[in-house]
Structure formats: C-alpha cells, structure tokens
Design a protein around this ligand. Sequence first.
Ligand code: ZN
Length: 683
Amino acid sequence: MIAASPLLDFTDLPRFDAVTPEQVDDAISELLQRAEKALETVTAPAFPADWQAMARVLDVATEQLGRAWGVISHLNAVADTPELRAAYNQALPRVTDFWTRLGADERLFAKYRAMDTRDLDPAQQQALKNALRNFVLSGAELEGPAKARFAQIQERQAELSQKFSENVLDATDHWTCLVQEDELRGVPDDVKEAARLAAERAGLQGYQLNLKMPCYLPVMQFADNAALRQTLYRAYATRASDQADEATRHFDNSALIREMLALRQEEARLLGYANFAEVSLAPKMASSPDEVIRFLRDLASRARPYAEKDLQDMRDFASAHLQLQDPQPWDWPYIGEKLKEARYAFSEQEVKQYLTAPKVLDGLFKIIETLFDVAIRPDAAPVWHPGVRFYRIERQGQLVGQFYLDPAARSGKRGGAWMDDVRARWLRPDNGQLQTPIAHLVCNFAEGVGGQPPLLTHDDVTTLFHEFGHGLHHMLTQVNERDVSGISGVEWDAVELPSQFMENFCWEWSVLRHMTAHVATGEPLPRALFDKMVAARNFQSGLQTLRQIEFSLFDMLLHSAHNPGDDFMPLLHKVRAEVAVIQPPAWNRMAHAFSHIFAGGYAAGYYSYKWAEVLSADAYAAFEETALPDGSPNPETGRRYRETILEAGGSRPAMDSFKAFRGREPTLDALLRHQGMGSAGNA
Ligand code: ZN
C-alpha cells in the first residue's frame, strides 16, 4: 500500500511521527522512479524548452524526492536507530547517483540552453544562469576524449582526497608517546586521566599521549615541560609528511598533493580556465583570484601592527613571568594561555548562570520580531521527539514561514548545530499555490538539571543566533523561484553573511543584558563581567587574523600562481615570510595535513571564512551607525536589511544585495574595529 506511506504525503507538514525505517526503501524507489520518468519526459525531443512546462514536470518530481529524502536524513541525524541508519545507507547511493546524473545530463543541458530567456522574470533568469553554469562546471560542454578525460580526473581526484584524509587520520592515530606523571605538570586532570586510561588499555605503565585535539591542545597550552611540548609539536607539525618520524613516514602526502594540483590544473584547462582558482571562484561572490589576493594582503597589512603588538606582549610576559627569554614555536600556545589567564580570567561557569534557555530564546525572538516586523508564535506539528518545538512566523496575520527547534543534546542525535530546509518558498508550477518555507533549527544544548531551566554558555547563545541567521535567510525570503529563494543559489562565500551577522547581537550590551537573568537571583549580567568577555574575545586577534590569512593566501596562490610540477614548499615559505610574524620552523609541514583544501571542498576557497566575516561585520555596522539613543538596534535599518539581503536570497548576486543595503562595496573597517583592531581600538 504505497499510497499510504507518510513519506509520500506532501499535502502539508512532514509526518515525522509516522515515518518508520521499513518505509524508506519503497518510498525512495517510488520517488526515484517518478523523477527518472520526469527527466525522460522533459528531455524528449518534442518537449518544449519552456521554463514553466519543465518545472511542472521535473522540478515537481525532484522536489518531492528532495523533501522525502530530507525527512529521512533529518531523522537519521536527530533520531538515529540501527534500523534507520541501515535503511538510510542503503538508499543513499541511489539518491546521490540520481542527483549526479541529473546535474550532468546533456539532454537537459541542451533543453535549458535552448530556452528563450525573454519570457523569464529576473529570479528565473538567475536560476537558469546558475543551472547552466553548474552544467558547464560539471563538464557537460565537453565532448569525446576531453569528456572521458574529465570524468577520469574527477574519479582520480575523489580517490586522492580520500587517501589524503586517510593519511592524515592514520598519521594522527599512529603516533603516541608514553610519559610519567612528573612530566605532565600543569596539564588538566581530566586530560591526564584520559592519558592514564589510554596507557592502561595498551598494557603500559604511565600516561599515553596522542595527537588528537582533546590531548594535543591542552598539553601545548598547559604543560610546563617545554621538552614535552616540543616533542608533540614536532610530531603534529610533520604529520603525513616527509619530515615525520620513521614509524609514520609512509603516510606522506607529498606525492598526492602534487598529483592533485596537476589534475586540478588539467581540469581547469579542459573547462577553458587559466587555473583552478578561476574554476573555484566561478560560482562564488569573489570575482577573480587577484581580487581575493588583494583582499587578503590588504587585511594582512591592517592586522600586522596588532599582531606585532600581540607578539611583543607575549615576549614580555614570557621573559618576566615564565623565564622564557627566547620562546620557540612550541612555547607560544603555552605563553598565550598563561597571558590570557593573567589578563582576562573569568569563568564560563559564572556567565552560564545568567543565560537560561527560555530567557535567551525570548530575547532572540524579540529582536527578530522588532527588527524584521514579524510575530513568532508556537504552533503544533508532528515531531520526532517531545523536546522539539514548532513555531510559525507571521506578518500582519499572514503566514511567512515555519520552523522546528530541536535544542537539546541527547543520545542518537548528531553533535553540533545546523539549519536545514524542510521545504523552500516556491510559487508552485503545478497548482499555482505559494508554498511557504519551513526550516529545521538544531542545537545540542545541555539539559537543565535539578528542575532548573537549561543553562547556556555564551558560545551556545552565539551558536543559536548564528543558526537563526541562516534560518531567517531561508524563511523571510520573498522570492518565488525555488532554486534562488532563501539560501538556495546564494554564492558559497556569501552564505555565512546572515548567520555571522546575527552573532554580533550576542556581543551587544544593549541586546545581551535583556537576555540575562541569574538562574537563582534573577539579577542581570554584571557589566564588568561582560567587559571581560569582550576583552577575552579579542585576545590576540591580530595574530589569529594573520594565521588565517597565511592559510588563505597559500591556498589561493597554490591554485592560481603555482606550477603544479614544482615543489610547493618554497611557496609556503614565501607566504610565511610575507605574512606571519611568528615564523614556524622550516620542517613544519602544515600543507600536508591541510584537509580543508585537499579533502574538504575548500580548494581556492579557504579565504571565504574571512570574506564572510568582513561582509557580516560591515552589514552589522549599519546597525551600530543607526542605533537608537538607548543603544538598541534601529527597526528601520532592520527593514532595509530584511528587504535588500534576507528577502532577495539567491535571486541576484550577493554583491548587488550588499550594495543595495550599504550603498557601497564592503570595507574591512568594521571587522577590524569589532576585533579590537580599529584605529580607535584598544591596541
Ligand atoms: Zn553557518
């Protein structure tokens, strides 16, 4: 009885409470069949190359597949069971295969290319432009041997990335070192205990250290023993490289990197680009490698004086208080931690007492309601867990969007926080109805204990605001075309603008203080404590900025101005000499474990972290410039931000939206000022 399957019911909200693992296979098979059939229908020679006609058949079918698969993968992420996981994993390759084939289907490409764009509205034109570009980037224009070679390159690249991560993982996992208690002075007890247990499991006496973050980082930050820090630093900085010790040198990534760079260059040439950076930037907001390189160098020169000051502070502190006259690379994290403690000590535990989940959520909703002219009301919906809440967003009584909020950590739920779409705003081509958007907002906060409401760290609060930024981008859109409504079609390096933008409110005294009430006394957060939090946030921001720029510049130059046949280490040395104020030793092999760009989709894209920070800080500065007398954000600026950025979604280039809001291109000033590096900052 396939028709009765809740996964095939698209009339309204997903029936999360009625979905079972046994339904997955039948439902996905049915939806894949429908989608395949739709694809055959619209690509038949007689079918008109008409946007609406194709959308009525193909987009309707693929949307159903996407929505049903969305329900299954969401449940797999938040309510995992062995049965569901098995069903999910069984269906996954079939679903992935369909999307891959759809994205490279030459008949479909030809149909879209033949379309008369004069009949399309601007949003549809943008959606079509994106679709054509994606076809081209997946090699749809290539023919004969070039096409075959392109496919070969893709396949080989996938293998190499996989092997690259395996090498990093194995090199990290295979390295351990056994020490005795007196060598671990300064290391936190929980880290020591974990090391003792690790030794015990290996049948050894003492403490076994490793290179995984929960062990490596605290040892580097807290161990008083410089020789121990040196040992770990060297092992970590040479992972998966030719400089690793004998036992793990076979995990060397050198040859893999060279081959990957050569393949990327070849791919770029096949697609008609000069280098891989140009391919990477084609769907992004940044227009050329040169623009990115200029951006990074500009930011570096502005941050440099602050980084030099950060370094001098550490040198002075190390010499006065730690008897370290000539600090080595493995001393800096240790010195930094000691200096931070001395200057800005405050307890996260103390801050938490002021941040109860209900009060924070109230505060968040109030900002959204005031700035974006909406009302958020609790509503009822089928859910997957009793702790999940469902809300509707209205404007003047009209439904704008809805969202599920799943705040608490629990077993069977994946860690972290994210926003995901349940369905997009879409003027449906099949029935002419306007479909409103729905979002998932998922966090992993600790439950309240002893009848108290859940207490959030300031980090938790920032995360919540961040995800709501994505959510608002998805839900407040006014675009009617599915593929460019909300976050769909937004350039990859601009997608974090609305999310990082929202984080700023958590550092705004006029906003944050209204969200605080001590769990026992009801007192608001003391201003002095807030000031310490801000100071600690900006601690060593100069150094951190230069470090990010070092990675970003290396990545961009490697993919735009480097001959893949040459050794890449000289380029890394050059970038360090140009950017870094702390020079790592020549044997440091950061590139060999740089998984973001060799195994994580960030090739010629690492700059986007800083890029998006600049955009979001500059957008937020408009609220600072127009703040009301009591310091609170101005609803008029909120309206403009909503209309130019949130509502426009992906229907036009992000730069156009930004300029519509700010009246100019982005500048670095706001970010530098927010991070204590402004001309009037506290450097
Ligand atoms: Zn994000």
